[in-house]
Design a protein. Structure first.
Length: 83
């Protein structure tokens, strides 16, 4: 069984490059691509609902940007994004 290729995204150019590399690697191996993100630790034991909602929305946007094709990859049809 082949494991998926995993890349973390945080909205930076470096994480975009990592997502591109991971997409190529996943495509070349024929395995799924998994993009992940994490939110920073927040002070206190209870986080207000609006803050949780905002962090969730920001994470969804980062993951969506990471999945968007930005350029065609050499030797590949389309953008080369894997599952």
């Amino acid at each position: 069984m082949s494991h998926p290729v995993l890349a973390g995204v945080d909205g930076s150019e470096g994480s975009s490059a990592a997502a591109d590399w991971a997409a190529l690697e996943a495509a070349s191996r024929g395995v799924p691509l998994r993009l992940v993100h994490a939110s920073p630790s927040l002070p206190g034991t209870a986080v207000p609902g609006p803050a949780v909602d905002r962090l969730h929305d920001m994470g969804v946007r980062m993951l969506q940007r990471g999945r968007r094709p930005r350029r065609a990859l050499p030797g590949r049809r389309g953008a080369g994004r894997a599952g």
